[in-house]
Design a protein around this ligand. Structure first.
Ligand code: UDP
Length: 237
């Protein structure tokens, strides 16, 4: 039995609740969709359900591939039971193809293949617009140890190896993605979520965007894009 207790935290798209087990919590995927560090927020029907199921599917794939994750099990259409991590306030981004902030920052054209893929750390702070940081900031401010930094990088690249292939087999390019990690019983564990809200996925033939850029760029058909990805990777939603 899992009962939903007090709300612990509400983020831009998810809320988390206590359970009777101190090491576990319930993650509720809401329909809220935000962009530009929370400056624009809209409700998109079905998004909570699609992202919850998408995340469950990916987290299970990653576990099978040897990446420790916080995911325990699905509880309902919009809720999952997860391990309660001590989150590290850092975003890890790997890019296989240039898009988004790297194009703005370095003046490069969207679509450029990045080989080998790039790895970046960002500080998780909307008020500061998630500034880019490096290992030395993480060490100097005591956000994570050297071993934890190395493990986050290792696991983030392992995710690339596992998911790039899975998506390509479904006719999709994994352009980039953001991961967040936390500590659980002394181990670095993947937390937060993996969904089209936090990665970029393009059709491999046409390069049609099927991720949150449809929302950011007002392209329409946002959830239809997410559902197309889900169908192609063999999910039932
Ligand atoms: N991303 C995210 N949350 C953030 C920032 C980025 O999930 O706060 C994801 C984003 O969806 C993309 C990748 O991380 O898949 C790289 O994002 P980028 O640095 O290009 O920033 P953006 O263009 O989204 O501002």
């Amino acid at each position: 039995m899992t009962t939903k207790g007090k709300q612990l935290y509400a983020g831009k798209a998810k809320s988390v609740y206590e359970t009777e087990h101190p090491g576990q919590m319930i993650m509720l995927f809401r329909n809220d969709t935000s962009a530009f560090d929370g400056e624009r927020v809209e409700q998109l029907a079905r998004k909570g359900m699609v992202n919850n199921k998408f995340n469950a599917f990916i987290m299970q794939k990653l576990e099978q591939g040897g990446v420790p994750t916080h995911f325990i099990r699905l509880l309902s259409d919009q809720e999952s039971l997860v391990k309660r991590l001590d989150m590290i306030p850092i975003e890890c981004v790997v890019r296989n193809i240039a898009a988004g902030s790297i194009c703005r920052r370095l003046g490069i054209t969207e679509g450029l293949a990045l080989n080998p893929p790039t790895f970046e750390f960002f500080m998780k702070n909307d008020a500061l617009h998630d500034p880019m940081i490096n290992d030395s900031h993480i060490r100097a401010f005591g956000w994570a140890s050297e071993a934890e930094v190395a493990r986050m990088r290792e696991l983030t690249f392992k995710v690339n190896m596992l998911l790039k292939k899975m998506f390509l087999d479904a006719g999709l390019l994994l352009v980039d993605y953001k991961l967040e990690f936390g500590r659980y019983q002394g181990q670095v564990v993947l937390g937060d979520e993996f969904s089209p809200d936090g990665c970029r996925l393009w059709d491999a033939q046409t390069r049609k965007k099927l991720d949150k850029d449809r929302f950011r760029q007002n392209l329409g058909g946002v959830i239809e894009g997410y559902e197309e990805v889900a169908r192609r990777i063999g999910m039932e939603i």
